[in-house]
Write a protein that binds this ligand. Structure first.
Ligand SMILES: Nc1ncnc2c1ncn2[C@@H]1O[C@H](COP(=O)(O)OP(=O)(O)OP(=O)(O)O)[C@@H](O)[C@H]1O
Ligand SMILES: [Mg+2]
Length: 413
């Protein structure tokens, strides 16, 4: 019997990561190999040099094949970049059947109606995620199928991105010799790896802070209501350190990772120092770690304040009782939750990827949330499809488009 493999390829600005997972006979996901390569040809989450990226992608997939002993043929790939944005939309349809019983086709029709917004030629839809349905004026319905009514309204969150960015990504993976099953928003994937169902229901601001971008999804009542990408990631902090302390970028990066903290209040002593190694003829220098924390804190605070004002602007600020969850490499700054709590006045936590069978300690790290999330996302889709097949009632009209699956999952799990 052939193995049921799920493969996710996270194309990040700092690293490209391939996760190979196998679904066992009990329908459980097991990680069988993870391959990582240094990312080249990617800037702020977008592919800018196909040849360079092709090499990095091939290296990552080959490493994963070697470790897992599996032949990879197809995979899901993550997408990010400042072109990604989310819009909320609403559609309305009449229920025509004699019984007035709402069926899957009605749900499809209302989603199609909600999707009928003007999308510029250079963008395409990545995801359409239903938020809620309204049946004859009664709101907050998560699943209207089998309910009686004459008027069905559907509210959806539509996530779009640049068509050419998506096409370049797919083309690059194809040129490496692999088929792309699906292009998934990277932050949507990482939210699957880190958020609990309860948090999504309570309302949570999810942040994936990587090297090149900071991606946000705001969940309310279990569904996304706001999606955004700030084209500034933690590499900006490295550049700040390099500029203020007049050191090369690689030295600044090393200082950031080994001694960087996001909030001066967590320093044990104000007198702590950081040593800058000798550079050419310049002798080693001793610097204040508090000064380093202030450089880092200022930039991170600026990024979080941009986010805060975006959410305030949309009137969603009082909807996040589940607090704030931060993942991605930026979450590794000690003291970053203190800073977030200070800016937002909501509780914050670091989002580590949830433990999956077969995963090694070294991968339970916020940098891998997106890659691991890709396989979790796909697995949930598969589980949902299986349940659907098993339900004889649904068998009659088994035609929900793949773009809708994400939402129905939360009804089942
Ligand atoms: N201990 C640490 N403290 C602070 N930053 C760190 C630490 N370790 C790694 N980083 C930073 O995390 C970043 C990498 O994070 P991540 O792997 O999430 O990015 P990416 O997914 O490749 O990029 P993006 O999502 O922006 O395209 C690097 O810029 C690195 O400097
Ligand atoms: Mg990332």
């Amino acid at each position: 019997m052939s193995r049921n493999l799920i493969v996710g390829l996270d194309v990040g600005t700092s690293k490209i990561c391939t996760v190979v997972a196998e679904v066992n006979l009990n329908d459980q996901l097991e990680i069988v190999g993870i391959g990582t390569s240094i990312s080249r040809g990617v800037r702020k989450g977008v592919l800018i040099n196909i040849e360079a990226a092709l090499d990095s992608i091939s290296n990552s997939i080959e490493a994963a094949e070697l470790i897992s002993g599996c032949d990879i043929t197809s995979l899901s790939v993550s997408m990010s970049g400042s072109s990604v944005e989310g819009t909320n939309s609403r559609g309305v349809v009449a229920i025509n059947s004699k019984t007035r019983e709402i069926n899957e086709e009605d749900v499809e029709r209302v989603i199609e109606a909600a999707k009928a917004i003007v999308i510029p030629m250079d963008r395409e839809i990545l995801h359409v995620i239903p938020q809620e349905f309204i049946v004859d004026g009664i709101p907050h319905i998560k699943n209207p199928i089998d309910m009686m009514g004459i008027r069905l309204e559907g509210e959806v969150h539509i996530i779009t991105g640049s068509s050419s960015s998506g096409q370049n990504l797919v083309r690059c993976v194809n040129r490496a010799g692999f088929a792309v099953d699906e292009v998934v928003l990277g932050s949507l994937a990482s939210s699957y790896a880190t958020l609990s169902k309860e948090e999504r229901e309570m309302g949570v601001l999810f942040i994936d802070m990587g090297k090149g971008t900071t991606d946000i999804i705001l969940y309310i009542d279990g569904s996304p209501y706001y999606t955004g990408v700030i084209p500034i990631g933690v590499n900006r902090v490295t550049l700040d350190i390099a500029q203020v302390w007049k050191v090369p970028e690689d030295v600044a990066e090393n200082i950031k990772i080994t001694a960087g903290i996001a909030h001066p209040s967590i320093l044990e002593s104000q007198m702590e120092t950081v040593i800058i190694p000798n550079l050419g003829t310049r002798p080693p220098q001793e610097k204040s770690r508090k000064e380093l924390s202030i450089i880092i804190n200022s930039r991170l605070r600026e990024i979080f304040e941009i986010m805060r004002s975006e959410i305030l602007k949309r009137g969603l600020y009082n909807k996040i009782n589940g607090g704030i969850v931060l993942t991605g490499g930026g979450a590794l700054f000690p003291g970053i939750s203190n800073l977030i709590e200070e800016v937002f006045n909501y509780p914050a936590r670091i989002g580590l990827p949830m433990s999956i069978n077969g995963i090694g300690e070294e991968h339970i790290d916020p940098k891998f949330s997106s890659a691991l999330g890709l396989v979790l996302y796909k697995h949930e889709q598969q589980k949902f499809n299986k349940l659907k097949k098993g339900s004889s009632k649904v068998k009659r009209k088994n035609k929900i488009s793949s773009k809708l699956k994400g939402w129905f999952l939360k009804e089942w799990f």
